[in-house]
Design a protein around this ligand. Structure first.
Ligand code: URA
Length: 260
């Protein structure tokens, strides 16, 4: 028992926090036939998910493919189905779920985070873990709730161990985010955290520089969407002293919404 605990702790320390399958598999075990025929040992066939695809290894093609398929989506349901069959991002193969947007498909407020965490990956819905619970309270403070809003992430797949997504992973997934914005057509977008703000606004400004001002994002079809940025709830959980600033950001959001 102690040995098992020690091994699990060793895995956790090495950053392993998810299993690929329910049962263990000896990848080095030669095939039965190979043992008898004295053939070169061959790795056993497995039914494991692929680690990647050719498309995912060519981000430029993957981006073009994502753009093409997103343009075909006329509804959020279309887009969800296309995202679920998209094979241009390797993150999909290590994740358990494709975490599509949640909430009111005609929401006035769209909220965008960075990427699913472990809870979101398990449940298949954005912002349902600790950060999500704090987000619910933040929304409540200005009379909103998660069902009124449309909540999504830049990336629909959890990066292993919650690592920061690479620029190319973000770029390949952006067409899906852009199309969600076009289809929901919100009055205002709230960007949570520097990664979401950087991805959508393509800016080098930090979240502290972006907070407190409306920055417009223009879609490919020329529609202008006002955005406001604020700290990510995960950052607030680590740095509760900043909660007052987010309260101010939310009041600004409510005021802007009332003006539009
Ligand atoms: N953090 C995010 O950015 N998104 C989620 O869905 C959960 C945590």
């Amino acid at each position: 028992m102690e040995d098992t605990k020690e091994i699990l702790n060793w895995y956790i320390a090495a950053g392993v926090d998810a299993l690929c399958a329910e049962t263990t598999q000896n990848f080095l075990q030669p095939k039965e036939s190979a043992l008898h025929d004295k053939e070169e040992p061959v790795l056993q066939q497995t039914n494991f998910r692929p680690a990647t695809t050719l498309l995912a290894q060519t981000p430029d093609s993957a981006y073009i493919n994502a753009q093409d398929i997103c343009a075909k989506a006329q509804t959020l349901d279309d887009l969800r189905a296309l995202m679920e069959s998209f094979e241009g991002c390797s993150l999909k193969f290590s994740a358990n779920s494709t975490v599509f947007g949640y909430g009111n498909p005609k929401a006035e407020v769209m909220i965008i985070g960075e990427a699913p965490g472990a809870d979101e990956d398990r449940i298949g819905e954005p912002f349902v873990g600790r950060s999500g619970h704090l987000l619910d309270k933040i929304l409540q403070a200005v009379g909103l709730n998660r069902d009124d809003c449309y909540i999504t992430n830049v990336l629909p797949w959890r990066p292993p161990g919650n690592r920061t997504p690479t620029d190319s992973e973000v770029a390949v997934c952006l067409p899906f985010l852009h199309r969600q914005i076009e289809l929901v057509n919100p009055k205002i977008i709230l960007l949570l955290g520097g990664s979401a703000a950087k991805a959508l606004l393509n800016t080098g400004d930090s979240i502290s520089q972006l907070r407190g001002r409306v920055v417009e994002w223009t879609s490919a079809n020329g529609k202008v969407f006002p955005t406001l940025s604020s700290y990510h709830p995960a950052y607030l959980l680590r740095t509760p002293a900043q909660k007052g600033k987010v309260w101010g950001d939310m009041l600004r959001l409510a005021q802007k919404l009332a003006e539009i």
